[in-house]
Design a protein around this ligand. Structure first.
Ligand code: NDP
Length: 315
């Protein structure tokens, strides 16, 4: 640990997706002089996607990473102090709240806006962990390119899995889609696109038992849960697309959360159970999880923080 001096801020924003940057834009315009820490993935989940077609204001669509650069530029132009660094520990026992960055720098903040988002879930197999980065991936858009002209598998049956299977089908010879039930959760339109794609082969009622390979992914062993039959499918890439979990671990014990770890906010607001601490975006939203809803709640958080500071006479 080093002895970097404690810094005092009015408004600390943790996270750099649409929620964090929007909170920064509003907080900066309200003269709260916000400091935003970007976390390990500046720009958040949109930096690992391709085209965004449903964000209003971009009539021709926009690339996710490009959109996040625009958000960051706008927040900076308004005067937000955007920094690289990861919040690693908090103490919300008294005001001002304490947040440690990279385990060393201590920030004391009158208000904290948590916009830490969510991360991809994994199956939890030892082989999946061992081969992560060696053919195992949770992001087809990031890594699909490495498997051009090869056979791959993807686990999941939601919109993400459908979208990623379609993406991979354009690059790979065959995409084996491993689905644990006898139906898909994805929207009807996405399901139809998947069913119409000849090189996506669906394995219904199928569970992944093990990813096989020494130093790289070579095959996957799957089991049909209806028949009990086990199969080994030779593949070069294994993609996991089974949803996300909120990045809320460091707030455990301080903030109310549900059983899945989503932060609880007072309905219609971004207020958490701790005075002066607000939550926005996917870390508190398991229902909508869209860039535009995250941005909207980031705006709400900045307004809630500003009003809270006003009520306390700090601002
Ligand atoms: P979802 O939670 O919707 O789907 C997760 C999928 O993974 C489900 O099919 C689930 O199976 C499966 N799954 C979960 N755990 C396991 C496991 N251990 N083994 C095997 N399969 C498993 O997550 P998504 O990321 O797909 O989507 C999240 C949200 O984002 C949704 O609301 C979705 O509509 C939205 N979205 C919208 C898009 C768009 O509109 N273009 C694109 C991407 C996402 P089961 O069905 O059996 O539970």
């Amino acid at each position: 640990m080093n002895n970097t001096a404690t810094e005092k801020v009015q408004c600390l924003i943790i996270g750099s997706g649409p929620a964090g940057y929007t909170a920064a834009i509003y907080a900066a315009r309200a003269n709260l002089k916000p400091v935003l820490y970007q976390g390990i993935q500046p720009g958040g989940q949109l930096t690992i996607t391709t085209e965004v077609e449903n964000y209003p204001g971009y009539p021709d669509g926009v690339q996710g990473p490009e959109m996040m650069v625009d958000f960051e530029k706008q927040a900076k132009r308004m005067g937000a102090d955007i920094r690289f660094g990861l919040a690693t520990k908090v103490d919300f026992s008294a005001s001002p709240h304490k947040v440690w960055i990279d385990d060393e720098q201590l920030i004391e903040a009158d208000t904290v806006i948590i916009a830490t988002g969510a991360s991809a879930k994994w199956l939890g197999l030892a082989s999946e962990e061992r081969l992560n980065g060696f053919g195992v991936s949770a992001c087809a858009v990031c890594d699909g390119f490495f498997f051009r002209g090869k056979e791959v598998a993807i686990v999941g049956a939601g919109d993400t899995a459908a979208e990623e299977a379609l993406y991979l089908s354009k690059l790979c010879t065959v995409v084996h889609m491993i689905i644990r039930r006898d139906e898909m959760r994805a929207s009807k339109v996405m399901q139809e696109r998947v069913f119409k794609t000849p090189n996506i082969k669906i394995l219904w009622n199928t569970q992944t038992e093990e990813v096989l390979g020494e130093n790289k992914t070579e095959a996957v062993r799957v089991k049909n849960t209806k028949t009990g039959e086990t199969r080994v499918i030779p593949i070069s890439g294994f993609f996991v697309a089974i949803g996300h979990e909120p990045n809320s671990a460091i707030f455990k014990g301080w903030l109310d959360m549900d059983e899945a770890g989503y932060l609880k906010t007072i309905p219609g607001t971004t207020k958490t159970n701790v005075e002066g601490v607000f939550a926005a975006g996917d870390v508190q939203d398991k229902t909508y999880r869209q860039a535009v809803t995250a941005a909207g709640s980031g705006c709400m958080a900045a307004i809630d923080a500003e009003r809270w500071l006003g009520e306390k006479g700090v601002h």
